[in-house]
Every structure is written in structure tokens, then in C-alpha cells.
Ligand binder design. Structure first.
Ligand code: HEC
Ligand code: HEC
Ligand code: HEC
Length: 108
């Protein structure tokens, strides 16, 4: 747990930095895919580590299943809640939970 004191301190620092440099920190909309693509426009998405898992991103930068295009990045990558991402958000054991939308995890 992050203590309230630490939280408020970092919020205050973020606020000061936001004003101080005019950085658009507070304006970042995580549900806007453009926000993510500023850094993740490189199309290369590795295949899932589990070989039985259906790959979602295609190597051209789109999605194998067209139905996935309408979603926000964070509808699937719901563990991404901050930019820049703290280490625990890019940890290898963070996986997209297909069953948030599918009755069961689609397999090959
Ligand atoms: C300021 C640049 C920046 C922005 C904006 C950004 N990211 Fe990232 N993201 C990174 C970096 C750097 C890493 C760690 C290196 C890597 O794995 O590419 C990372 C890692 C990730 C990973 C893990 C990659 C892996 O190897 O498992 C995911 C998923 C991710 N970001 C999703 C998002 C989503 C969704 C958004 C929008 C809400 C977003 N990112 C916005 C820079 C950014
Ligand atoms: C329908 C769910 C879904 C959506 C929507 C989605 N992703 Fe992913 N993403 C995944 C899955 C699952 C993986 C693991 C590899 C795979 O299956 O392609 C992944 C992997 C990643 C990775 C890291 C793995 C790598 O090898 O580079 C990044 C970065 C990433 N996605 C960014 C994004 C961004 C940016 C968006 C929005 C434009 C997005 N994702 C939208 C499901 C999704
Ligand atoms: C944010 C919601 C969402 C998430 C999360 C999600 N999907 Fe989907 N996906 C959909 C929708 C909606 C469809 C189209 C309707 C359908 O077929 O169920 C779809 C369709 C598909 C299809 C093609 C249709 C089919 O069922 O044959 C595949 C394959 C698929 N998804 C794989 C995955 C995998 C693998 C994951 C997890 C890594 C995943 N999806 C996560 C929303 C999602």
C-alpha cells in the first residue's frame, strides 16, 4: 500500500511539474489510443508467451480479429494505469484477461 502521505506528496510534485514546465501531464487520457501510440506505434508485438494462446496483435500494427479494433488499449491492458509506467506495470506476469469480454479464453 502506498501511504496517503506519499501519495499526496507525489501528487503535489506532479502538479508543480505540470505547471512549472507546462507539460501536459494532467491532460493524458489513458483511454485514448493516440496517447499510447505516441510511444507504442512500432508495430512489432511479440507473440504471447503461451503457445496455446491466440495472438491478438498482428505484426502490421493492427489486430487479427477485426472486432478488437474498436476497443481502447486499456480495455485489454487494464493494468496500465500510469504514464510513465511503474515497473510493476510492465512486469512479465501482467497478462490481458480475455475473460473480461469472452466467456472463456480463446485458444488455438
Ligand atoms: C511516454 C511513453 C509511453 C506511453 C505514452 C505509453 N507507454 Fe507503454 N511502455 C513504455 C515503455 C518505455 C515501456 C517498457 C518497454 C517496453 O516493453 O516497450 C512500456 C511498456 C508497456 C507494456 C508492456 C510491454 C511488455 O513488454 O509486456 C504495455 C502493455 C504498455 N506499455 C501499454 C501501454 C498503454 C495501453 C498505453 C496507453 C494508455 C501506454 N503503454 C502508453 C512507454 C510508454
Ligand atoms: C483485445 C485486447 C487488446 C487490445 C485492444 C490491445 N492489446 Fe496490446 N496486447 C494484447 C495481448 C493479448 C498481448 C500479448 C501478445 C499478443 O497476443 O499479441 C498484447 C501485447 C501488447 C504489448 C507488448 C508486447 C510486445 O511484444 O510488444 C504492447 C506494448 C501492447 N500490447 C500495446 C497495445 C496498445 C498500444 C494498444 C492500443 C492501440 C493495445 N495494445 C491494444 C491485447 C490487446
Ligand atoms: C475488451 C474486450 C475484449 C477482450 C479483453 C478480448 N476480446 Fe477478443 N473479441 C472481443 C469482441 C467483442 C469480439 C467479437 C465478438 C466475439 O467473437 O466474441 C472478439 C473476437 C475475438 C476473436 C475472433 C472471434 C472468435 O471468437 O473466433 C478472437 C480469436 C479473440 N477475440 C481473441 C481474444 C483473446 C485471445 C483475448 C485475450 C488475450 C481477447 N480476445 C480479449 C472483445 C475482447
Amino acid at each position: 500500500m502506498v501511504s496517503a502521505k506519499v501519495f499526496f506528496t507525489s501528487a503535489a510534485i506532479a502538479l508543480v511539474m505540470g505547471f512549472g514546465f507546462g507539460a501536459p501531464l494532467a491532460a493524458q487520457d489513458l483511454s485514448d489510443n493516440e496517447t499510447c501510440l505516441e510511444c507504442h506505434e512500432d508495430a512489432d508485438r511479440a507473440a504471447p508467451s503461451d503457445p496455446n494462446m491466440v495472438q491478438v496483435h498482428n505484426p502490421e500494427g493492427g489486430f487479427f480479429a477485426e472486432a478488437h479494433e474498436m476497443w481502447s488499449c486499456t480495455d485489454c491492458h487494464d493494468y496500465i494505469t500510469e504514464i510513465p509506467h511503474p515497473d510493476e506495470m510492465v512486469a512479465a506476469d501482467n497478462q490481458v484477461d480475455c475473460t473480461n469480454c469472452h466467456d472463456e479464453t480463446p485458444t488455438k
